[in-house]
Design a protein around this ligand. Structure first.
Ligand code: NHW
Ligand code: EN5
Length: 388
C-alpha cells in the first residue's frame, strides 16, 4: 500500500498496538553524523539538486511561482495555497536555520525549478520527551512530473541533510493519510466576507437563509473590545515567551520557543504575521493573539482571483476569556481585509469555535513525527503545535 513509507522509520499500519510496548524513542538504530552518506541521492537523468538561497529575491520568486502553480489544493481543486514571497522568507529563516535544508530540484538544461522541500530546526515536546526536530514543509513537485517517484527522493535527500547536522527526528503535517498520524485534526472556517466566499463557492447560503440574513449573521464590530489590546512590540518578547512556555507546556505535542524564536515567529510583518498582546494597567502582558496571512488562488472564477485567509496562530488567553480574545482576532483580521479566518480544532479551540460562528471545513490536517515511536494517541485537544 505504501511502497515508500514502508521503507521509512515511521510507525506502520501492520504493527498492532499490544499495549505493552517499550518506552517512547527512536525507531532507527541510533547513528552519528559519521554514519550519514556524504553524497546526494541520485535524481533521474536531466535533473539536478539546487540549494535554494532565500536571501536572493530572484530565487524566492522562482519558489513562489513553483508553489503558486503546483502546491496544495483542496479536494475539489477550487483553491490553491499562494504563500507570498515575504511569507516564504519569514517561514524559512527562523533563528538557527540551515541554508542547505532548502532543497530544490532543477531541470539541468533550462535551470527551471521543478521540485522543492524544506526543513527548519525546532525544539518540540512529545508526550513529555524533548525532541530536536526538523520541521518539514513546502514539499512540491511540478504537476508535469507527478507520480514519477520524485517525492521520495526529495524526502530522502532532506533527511540526509538534516542527519548531517546531527538531527534524527522530524515533524510534519499533511492533508493526506500516511503511516502513521500522531493526531488527526479538522479545519474550521469563520466567514468574514460572506458575500465573496459565497460567490467563489468557498461557502454557500445555508438552507432557509437569505443573503441578507447571512451578512447580518457574520457582521463584526469595527473595533476590538478588549482594553489594553495592542500590537506586539520587541519589548514584550520576554514576557510573551514566558506566557507561551507556561501555556504550551500543557499540551502533549508542542514547541519550546526561545526568546529569539518568539521574536522571529510573532513580531508583526505586514500581510505575513499579525500579533497583538493585552497589556494590563500595571504593565503585565496577560494575553497573546496571533494569526498569519495565507492567501489562496481561486481557480477558474472570473470575478475573483485570490481568497485572503487568516490562519489562527499561537494564542494564549491568560486574563481575557478565550472567546473574547479570538473574537478580537476576527475583528482585526476583518479590519485588515481578510475574507475568512481559519482555525484547527487543536488547543482549547473546540470550546469556542461554534460560539464564534466557525463552521467545520472539508479538510483535515494530520500531524506526523519521523523516526519517533510513541505509545501516546493524541486527540486534537492535546496538540499545541502549528506548522506554517
Ligand atoms: S503537506 C503538502 C505536500 N505538498 C503538496 O500536497 C503539494 C501538491 N502535491 C505535490 O506537489 C506539507 C505532489 O503530489 C507531492 C507528491 C510532492 C506531494 N508527504 O513522487 P511521487 C509538507 O510539505 C508520498 C509525504 O510519485 P507525487 C510536508 C506517497 O504516499 N509523502 O508522488 C511534507 C507515495 O509514497 P508511498 C507524500 O504526487 C512531509 C509517494 O509520495 C505526500 O508526484 C514529507 C509518491 O511519490 C506528502 N504530503 O509527489 C515527509 N504526498 O509510500 C517528511 C505523497 O505511498 C519526512 N506522498 O508509495 C521527514 C523528513 C526529514 C527527516 C529528518 C530526520
Ligand atoms: C502544511 N503546513 O482542504 C499544510 N482546505 O477545510 C498542508 N475547505 O479550505 C496541508 N472543497 O470547507 C493542508 N469551506 C491541508 C488542507 C488543504 C486545503 C483544504 C479546506 C479545509 C478548505 C473550504 C473550501 C471547500 C471547497 C470545496 C471549506 C466551507 C466553509 C464554511 C464557512 C461557513 C460555515 C460552514 C463552513
Amino acid at each position: 500500500r505504501y511502497a515508500f513509507w514502508e521503507t521509512q522509520p515511521v510507525p506502520q499500519y501492520s504493527e498492532q498496538a499490544d499495549g505493552k510496548q517499550a518506552e517512547d524513542g527512536p525507531i532507527d538504530p541510533v547513528k552519528t553524523v559519521a554514519d550519514v552518506r556524504q553524497d546526494p541521492y541520485n535524481l533521474p537523468a536531466g535533473y539536478e539538486w539546487s540549494t535554494c538561497d532565500l536571501t536572493d529575491t530572484a530565487t524566492v520568486k522562482e519558489i513562489f511561482e513553483l508553489l503558486e502553480l503546483n502546491y496544495v489544493e483542496d479536494d475539489d481543486a477550487m483553491f490553491r495555497f499562494k504563500y507570498s514571497q515575504q511569507f516564504l522568507q519569514w517561514a524559512l529563516h527562523p533563528p538557527g536555520y540551515f541554508p542547505d535544508w532548502h532543497v530544490g530540484v532543477r531541470v539541468s538544461t533550462t535551470r527551471k525549478l521543478v521540485g522543492f522541500i524544506t526543513g527548519v530546526p525546532a525544539s518540540v515536546h512529545m508526550a513529555g520527551k524533548p525532541l530536536q526536530v526538523a520541521e518539514i514543509n513546502f514539499l512540491c513537485v511540478h504537476k508535469k512530473l507527478r507520480s514519477k517517484r520524485l517525492a521520495p527522493v526529495l524526502i530522502k535527500e532532506v533527511t540526509r541533510r538534516v542527519n548531517l547536522r546531527g538531527l534524527w527526528q522530524a515533524a510534519y503535517t499533511a492533508g493526506v493519510v500516511l503511516p502513521k498520524p500522531v493526531a488527526t485534526c479538522q479545519y474550521w472556517h469563520r466567514s468574514l466576507n460572506p458575500k465573496k466566499l459565497i460567490s467563489i463557492n468557498f461557502s454557500r447560503i445555508a438552507p432557509r437563509m437569505t443573503m441578507a440574513r447571512t451578512l447580518k449573521l457574520y457582521k463584526l464590530p469595527e473595533a476590538t473590545v478588549t482594553p489594553g489590546l495592542r500590537p506586539l512590540t520587541k519589548a514584550d518578547v520576554p514576557q510573551v515567551a514566558a506566557l507561551m512556555s507556561r501555556y504550551l507546556s500543557k499540551f502533549q505535542l508542542a514547541p519550546r520557543f526561545t526568546e529569539a524564536e518568539v521574536e522571529h515567529y510573532l513580531m508583526p510583518v505586514t500581510d505575513v504575521i499579525d500579533s497583538h498582546v493585552v497589556e494590563a494597567p500595571n504593565g503585565d502582558i496577560t494575553d497573546l493573539l496571533s494569526y498569519y496571512t495565507l492567501p489562496s488562488s481561486v481557480l477558474g472564477n472570473d470575478k475573483y482571483d485570490t481568497l485572503k485567509a487568516a490562519f489562527m496562530y499561537y494564542t494564549v488567553a491568560g486574563a481575557t476569556p478565550l472567546h473574547q480574545l479570538m473574537n478580537d482576532a476576527l475583528i482585526l483580521a476583518h479590519q485588515r481585509g481578510h475574507d475568512v479566518f481559519n482555525a484547527l480544532d487543536i488547543f482549547e479551540n473546540r470550546s469556542i469555535l461554534e460560539k464564534l460562528k466557525f463552521g467545520i471545513g472539508d479538510g483535515s490536517l494530520r500531524y506526523y513525527l519521523y523516526n519517533w515511536r510513541s505509545s501516546a494517541r493524541l486527540s486534537p485537544a492535546d496538540v499545541g503545535l502549528i506548522l506554517l
